[in-house]
Design a protein around this ligand. Structure first.
Ligand SMILES: Cc1ncc(COP(=O)(O)O)c(C=O)c1O
Length: 428
């Protein structure tokens, strides 16, 4: 039967030539069912799909679009940069400007290396941590995502002594045998891991406000203990701020928690929607990188002139006084409104936000780790997701993803979203 909806037409075409019809799995709507929306264009807080239907966008390209789509200053900077050339494979002044802008905003970083994706940045930061410490082992936490480098596609083994098991085909068990996976916010387990393996651990990598198991904060005590144990054991503390960097505040999760990591991984907002990411830290560690030091790292498109122009223009806007206060207020209004609407309809619901990032759960209390997140009601979430989609509100198509509000979202957009959610809560 011929499809009448343009999104379905495109999905069928896409599936014939692209695995699953998408270039990144979560876009395929597998968790919620239905047809992915193919985006035709976007402006401000909205995008329009292939059938010309408008959506209020709470994904914002999974975080980068903090100013909303098509911000005039960013568009102008990109247009100017394109005229001067797309890529040179030789250094440019704009790379220095972006590096200077990032370092000025994130005091824990003295030097930064620009790359093209969060995966690449996290993978490179881990290689650097191993190279700088001369150690093999890394600690990560269940529910945190740091891109798809082989050593990070891993789930917990049967005990603290056993290290992890691969979560993807194509990753040999040997590749993850140095990755220890722990439960988020579990101080006792963290202490035990360091007691057992402390002298062999190169680094502990964490999303200190996790956005890949919806939205879960590291408790202040847990984050502090991560810092202390790394320091005491000579391991590096790596904050993966690909999602939280310039999103939860000007200084990311490290600013919110008041913790200074050794290495920071950035992405998303620093590229303003272009492929750009970075990792950085103290000079003595960063100078271990090639061409100065023995840790190899490179990229044909690293520091791309168009991407750096986009990132710089974006950082200039978010650095304006009051930017994060206004964004936080908006996000909190959304979260508070959703909570009130759910309470009015007797639906178990809890939510949290920081800066322009939020999460909600169909649970009575905010979860502290991945196991608790996955107790959220998947069937009800799917009803909520599709109900919102029908009403022109686009949230992440999976219950373990965070949401994003941009500076372009208006009070009316937020009110319309709460109203749409209230209608669906009434049916749950
Ligand atoms: C915290 C975190 N780290 C790393 C990555 C990987 O970034 P990318 O998708 O740009 O490779 C992501 C992507 O969502 C992320 O959220």
């Amino acid at each position: 039967m011929a499809h009448t909806d343009q999104n379905e037409v495109l999905f069928e075409r896409a599936r014939a030539v692209i695995p699953g019809g998408v270039n990144s799995p979560v876009r395929a709507f597998r968790a919620v069912g239905g047809t992915p929306r193919f985006v035709k264009r976007a402006q401000g807080a909205y995008f329009w799909d292939a059938a010309d239907k408008r959506y209020i966008d709470y994904i914002g390209s999974w975080g980068p679009m903090i100013l909303g789509h098509g911000h005039p200053a960013v568009v102008e900077a990109v247009q100017r940069a394109v005229i001067d050339g797309f890529s040179f494979g030789a250094p440019t002044e704009r790379e220095i400007e972006l590096a200077e802008a990032i370092l000025a905003l994130v005091p824990s970083m003295e030097m930064v290396r620009l790359v093209s994706s969060g995966t690449e940045a996290a993978m490179s930061a881990l290689r650097l941590a191993r190279g700088a410490t001369g150690r093999k082992y890394i600690i990560k936490f269940e529910g945190c995502y740091h891109g798809h480098a082989d050593a990070l596609l891993v789930k917990a083994g049967s005990g603290l002594a056993t290290f992890g098991n691969p979560t993807s085909a194509g990753v040999p068990p040997e590749v993850v045998q140095h990755t220890l996976v722990l439960e988020y916010n579990n101080i006792a387990q963290l202490e035990e891991a360091f007691a057992l393996h402390g002298h062999e651990i190169a680094c502990l990598v964490i999303e200190a406000i996790a956005g890949n198991m919806n939205f879960v904060r590291a408790s202040a005590e847990f984050a502090k203990r991560c810092r202390e144990l790394c320091t005491q054991n000579g391991a590096l503390l790596v904050f993966d701020e690909v999602m939280t960097g310039f999103r939860v505040g000007a200084r990311g999760a490290q600013g919110v928690l008041g913790i200074t990591p050794d290495l920071t991984v950035l992405g998303k907002v620093i590229g303003g929607g272009m492929p750009l990411a970075a990792f950085g830290g103290p000079r003595a560690i960063m100078e271990q990188l090639a061409p100065l030091g023995p840790v190899y790292q490179a990229g044909t498109l690293s520091g791309n002139p168009v991407a750096t122009a986009c990132g710089l223009a974006t950082l200039k806007e978010v650095s304006k006084p009051g930017f994060y206060d206004a964004l936080s207020k908006k996000t909190r209004a959304l979260v508070d409104g959703l909570k009130a609407a759910a309470a009015a309809e007797g639906v178990p619901f809890c939510a949290d936000s920081e800066g322009g990032m939020f999460g909600f759960f169909l649970l009575d209390a905010l979860p502290q780790n991945y196991t608790a997140v996955m107790k959220s009601d998947g069937t009800k979430f799917n009803t909520l997701f599709h109900g919102l989609l029908d009403r022109g509100v686009y949230i992440a198509p999976a219950l373990y993803e965070a949401g994003f509000v941009s500076a372009a979202h208006s009070d009316e957009d937020i009110a319309a979203t709460i109203d749409a959610a209230r209608q669906i809560f009434a049916t749950l």
